[in-house]
Each structure stands twice: as structure tokens, then as C-alpha cells.
Design a protein around this ligand. Sequence first.
Ligand SMILES: [Zn+2]
Length: 190
Amino acid sequence: MCPSGSGLGVVFAFVCAFEVVFVFAFAVPVAVELWHWTSPRALGYEPFPVPSRKSIANSPPQLERLLEAAASVRERAYAPYSRFKVGAAVLSKSGRIHVGCNVENASYGLTLCAERAAAAAAVAAGDAELTAIAVVTDAGSPAPPCGMCLQTLLELAAPTARVVLKTVRGKRKHYALRELLPHGFGRRFL
Ligand SMILES: [Zn+2]
């Protein structure tokens, strides 16, 4: 504060001058240094751009097609043990859709998730650059891919790729892939 017009004008002028010198000679440089020390690059990782929730939620027609494909292939899921059928569809950069469903096994650990099945189908088709993923289940709320599938998807899709989750009763959630796997392993570590 710099009051003026009082009989102590000289004192206040001195105080004001001190404040200005303090701010520019000390506080500002310290703040700049702290910002550099604590920036993501200084801490050793590259920050991903954060997509706005609004842009993710604006579903283009492709996402509707993607959800329909995931819901359709879900009917073919082989899930005699868990009865938890999952359908997944991935949208490639070329605009093509590839689908997969979960395939369980009597040796439970061999179960293949729908998301990885869809990713493998895209790779097999030579169309592995993915831009969006849809998953449909009959869970009470939209179920995300498991960690193994998220890591697989991160190999083929940008961290900002859309992930649309839906239940058979119509509940939806939209994410960017990096929201579900913010610190995934990648080729930059190799
Ligand atoms: Zn999975």
C-alpha cells in the first residue's frame, strides 16, 4: 500500500520505493527461479497438452459408429466364466473401424480382453494408427480398459486419443487416453 497526501509523505515515499525495489530485485527473480525448478521439464518429464473436457465430449458421428460397432461385437464375446461380455472398437486414422471382444479361457489367466483384441485386429489389417477407442459393457457404470489394455492402446494411439465408455443401458463417459493412463511406458524410455 502506498498512502499519499499525509504529513509523513517522505516516509511513505521511502516505504513505496523499498517495496518496488524488493519486488523487482528479490521477489520476482525468486519466483522465476522457483517456476524453473518446479516446471515439468526440470522434473524430468514432458507435459502432455491437456485437452479440454468440452472438446472430448463433442462426439462426432464416427464415435457413434464406433459405439455401435463395439455394442454389436460385444454379443459375440466368449465369456462363459465371468459372464462379463465386453465389446471394443477402435477407430484408425484412415477412418476404418476394427473390433474385438473378450475371449475367456478355462485357464483364467489366458483371457484376452476386448480392447487388446480390437487393437490386434487393427494391426493385422495394417491400419494400426488409432485415434479413438470405444468400449461397451453391461456394468453398472461405464467400465474403463484394464491397465494392460491401456498400455497396449498407448502404443498405437496418441495420449490425447478419445476413449468412449458406454454401458448397455446408455451411460457414457468420455476420456482422453492419457487421463486413464497418465504415466504409461513408451518408446521414449528405450
Ligand atoms: Zn484389458
